[in-house]
Design a binder for this molecule. Structure first.
Ligand code: NDP
Length: 278
């Protein structure tokens, strides 16, 4: 049986650490979450963020805006938060409606408050390997690997999925930590051969149990980013029951990357707070 990369326990440790740090602060770190529309999954994710924020003593404001909000009003809302000295971090919950110019909206967020690492400036810093806010899911994956003492330098990391939100930033972050990185996607040929050749396999596709025993080999570390809801149950992109019998280490769903994502966002918020205080 593989070693379990337990994101829940690690999330609880991060929660404790942030809580004790925030207790000693005169002013509390504040996060503004801007939601456009009413996507059910976003409501769930935002609920988790609000709950975590409450637990650690941060202030979280959730602004839910109508799907048909005029662009200039949306920009105004972000600018208000940019200018507010009491606000340390701003996120625009993704996905946002197709009618909204995503790049323009995200790039309105002031880079020093971009705690989800989605602005062009943050992404450019990630490309350049400079210090920046690493997108929360990617940061969660890195912390999960780091805390479990999984070496990245010189290892072959295969990332399945190339989205701007998860796949690409994760591949870049692994490259910045000296892994040799392969990015696979829907048009990749011989996917099984490629995934089998990985030392570290990161899967962010959104297809339940797509990675079966035929895609993995012994001694691998497998990180499952996928979240699929089937009959009200959370299922990963990796067939945990089959794959955990073969590989060396694996993150479960639920209880792996998901909890780490929320905790990582608030680590970024704390970093933003400290930088702004200085
Ligand atoms: P996207 O739909 O934006 O991207 C999916 C990627 O998977 C695309 O690059 C696509 O390739 C690739 N893909 C699709 N089918 C295949 C296939 N058969 N073989 C290889 N690659 C394939 O999803 P996200 O990146 O936003 O999310 C991925 C998963 O991670 C989802 O389940 C999502 O719910 C979850 N997620 C989890 C988070 C967490 O905190 N744990 C946070 C964010 C997301 P192509 O580009 O060629 O179309």
């Amino acid at each position: 049986m593989a070693q379990i990369l337990d994101g829940k326990t690690l999330r609880d440790e991060i929660e404790k650490d942030l809580k004790s740090k925030i207790q000693n602060l005169k002013t509390k770190p504040k996060l503004v979450i801007i939601q456009i529309g009413d996507v059910a999954e976003s409501n769930t994710y935002i609920g988790q963020k609000v709950k975590f924020g409450e637990k650690i003593g941060a202030i979280v404001t959730h602004k839910k805006l109508p799907e048909d909000i005029p662009e200039h009003e949306l920009i105004e809302q972000i600018q208000l938060a940019n200018e507010d000295k009491n606000v340390n971090g701003i996120i625009v919950q993704l996905p946002i409606p197709q009618s909204v110019n995503k790049e323009k909206i995200i790039d309105t967020i002031s880079p020093e408050k971009d705690v989800d690492g989605q602005t062009a400036i943050s992404i450019k810093s990630l490309v350049d390997g400079l210090p920046t806010f690493i997108p929360a899911t990617t940061k969660g994956v890195l912390t999960l690997l780091g805390k479990n003492k999984i070496e990245l330098s010189g290892k072959h990391a295969v990332v399945v999925g190339r989205s701007t939100l998860v796949g690409k930033p994760t591949a870049l972050a692994l490259l910045n930590r000296d892994a040799t990185v392969t990015i696979a996607h829907a048009k990749t040929q011989n996917l099984q051969e490629i995934t089998k050749s990985a030392d570290i396999l990161i899967v962010a596709v959104g297809k339940p149990k797509m990675i079966t025993r035929d895609f993995v080999s012994e001694n691998q570390v497998v990180v499952d980013v996928g979240i699929n809801v089937i009959n009200g149950k959370l299922i990963g992109d990796v067939d945990f029951d089959e794959v955990s019998k073969i590989v060396a280490a694996i993150s479960p769903v639920p209880g792996g990357v998901g909890p780490m994502t929320v905790a990582s966002l608030f680590q970024n918020l704390m970093d933003a707070y400290k930088r702004q205080e200085n």
